[in-house]
Design a binder for this molecule. Structure first.
Ligand code: PGA
Length: 244
């Protein structure tokens, strides 16, 4: 049985007052899913404090360094995140890949750094619109997964989360249809090998309360990674409730 998981990716949005207001509005009651909130780094302690002693709420980070310490100005290590009770960390978000030049090989090293320290990586994979139109979706996703598979043991997927986020659906208001998403999720599960059935695979890309039910009804969609809609506490809670 895979526990449903819904993660909020606030990206570089909000401020201290926003974070405080979010949690005064966010109602964990009636939410059965595991909820992860990934704020910008400076607000991690604030979210961690709210999450303390709440079994179903965890704090996540949006990125980490592949290195453990040293002269890497501006970087944050897995150990530093653990100091603040961070449990999850997003690696390979498409914005990191496209805006900051993160290659699949670098993302794989970040995945390993996170896992080695005891964090749960949320590995984002997904194709661009052009790649989809060229019929290359599965090939692209497979190669993004393979980069991790190449430098980890076959059971490393256990204790990780995968998020399928078609790039063309992120922040655009366009969502993959539930069937399109399910096809890719099923493919990903197969690529994860023997432990595939234990891995939570999230869908990301313009998830809202209005489309959440249909997405979550699919057999291989175990939750969501939510960007824009996670900035509204009530809307985000509604998405969390939809997953059961
Ligand atoms: P979106 O972002 O929900 O705003 O499309 C999802 C993501 O980037 O993780």
């Amino acid at each position: 049985m895979r526990i449903p998981l819904v993660a909020a990716n606030w990206k570089m949005n909000g401020n201290k007052a926003f974070a405080e207001r979010f949690f005064s509005d966010f109602d964990l009651q009636a939410i059965a899913a595991q909820v992860v909130v990934c704020p910008p780094f400076p607000y991690i302690p604030l979210v961690a404090q709210v999450a303390e002693n709440k079994e179903r709420l965890s704090v996540g980070a949006q990125n980490l360094s592949q290195e453990s310490s040293g002269a890497y100005t501006g970087e944050v290590s897995a150990e530093m995140l653990l100091d603040w009770n961070v449990r999850y960390v997003i690696v390979g978000h498409s914005e990191r890949r496209s805006l900051y030049g993160e290659t699949s090989e670098l993302v794989a090293r970040k995945f390993v750094a996170a896992q080695k320290a005891g964090l749960i990586p949320i590995l984002c994979v997904g194709e661009t619109l052009q790649e989809r139109e060229q019929g290359r979706t599965l090939e692209v996703v497979a190669s993004q997964l393979k980069a991790v598979g190449d430098i980890t043991e076959s059971d490393a997927w256990e204790g990780s989360v995968v998020a399928y986020e078609p790039v063309w659906a992120i922040g655009t208001g366009k969502t993959a249809t539930p069937e399109e998403a399910q096809d890719v999720h099923q493919f990903i599960r197969g690529e994860l090998g023997d432990v595939g059935n234990k891995v939570q695979i999230l869908y990301g890309g313009s998830v809202k309360s209005a489309n959440a039910d249909a997405l979550f009804a699919q057999a291989d969609i175990d939750g969501a990674l939510v960007g824009g809609a996670s900035l509204d506490a009530n809307e985000f809670a509604a998405i969390c409730r939809a997953v059961g």
